[in-house]
Design a protein around this ligand. Structure first.
Ligand SMILES: Nc1ncnc2c1ncn2[C@@H]1O[C@H](COP(=O)(O)OP(=O)(O)OP(=O)(O)O)[C@@H](O)[C@H]1O
Length: 229
């Protein structure tokens, strides 16, 4: 199912933060959303999942207009949002975190992250940052939502851990999921993306294939500054 934003505007504290954003996160593809700090990336994902209301525009998933739906209904429709910071149940073990999603979750999670096997009995809050993020991704993989919003999952992780995690996002999309990824490691994200958008001061300054942004640091810099690619 495609996730489509059409002319979405969002305000925070009375100030416009996201301005008329139109983008598509297509089924089976990884779509990356880049942009400088404060550009409005987190706010945009929050508007899609229903954490904050939109001021104007339309959000559809598989053709259904979700714009006015409460968060829970969007989630039931198949929209999952992994918010910034690790969102595991800290007091539960890794195994329990997985089993909350599905009865057969552990086997499916270990097929992708065999390194979690030795950690299944450990409380999630005591896992390393990288292990917690593996658990977060494993939960997303097992839940298999129609569309997955991932907000800076590499925040605070060592580059080696990020290199281990990012390819799994491709696996998710390979199963038909529409993945919309906000990521600070721009080059690593562009390397695995099928489509890329840059948000600068709340507006889209680039939308299209990741190639032109990968090919030239200057193109990326200009898009970040809002001067076009
Ligand atoms: N709860 C809030 N109340 C008021 N303003 C907010 C709130 N959250 C964010 N903002 C403002 O909205 C703007 C966009 O913030 P947002 O976090 O969406 O950007 P971002 O692109 O995700 O940045 P970063 O990469 O730093 O996380 C900023 O000016 C921020 O100060």
């Amino acid at each position: 199912m495609n996730l489509v934003l059409d002319g979405v505007s969002v305000a925070r504290g009375g100030q416009p933060v996201v301005r008329e954003v139109t983008l598509t996160a297509a089924a089976g593809q990884v779509t990356v959303l880049l942009g400088p700090n404060g550009a409005g990336k987190t706010t945009l994902l929050e508007a899609v999942s229903g954490v904050v209301p939109v001021r104007a525009g339309r959000i559809t998933l598989g053709g259904d207009d979700l714009t006015a739906w409460p968060r829970t209904r969007r989630a039931r429709r198949g929209l999952a949002h992994v918010e910034q910071g690790r969102t595991v149940f800290a007091a539960l073990t890794a195994r329990e975190n997985l089993e909350l999603v599905a009865v057969d979750a552990v086997g499916r999670a270990l097929a992708v992250f065999p390194e979690l096997e030795a950690r299944l009995g450990v409380r999630a809050g005591q896992l390393s940052g990288g292990e917690q993020q593996m658990l977060v991704l494993a939960r997303a993989l097992v839940a298999s939502p129609a569309a997955l919003l991932l907000d800076e999952m590499s925040l605070g992780l060592a580059p080696g851990v990020v290199r281990r995690l990012l390819p799994v996002i491709r696996t998710l999309a390979g199963d038909g999921m529409a993945v919309l990824l906000v990521e600070q490691f721009a080059h690593a994200a562009l390397a695995l993306a099928d489509a890329a958008y840059v948000l600068s001061r709340g507006a889209i300054t680039y939308g299209g294939a990741p190639g032109p942004l990968r090919a030239s640091d200057d193109a990326l810099r200009r898009a970040y500054l809002g001067d076009g690619p």
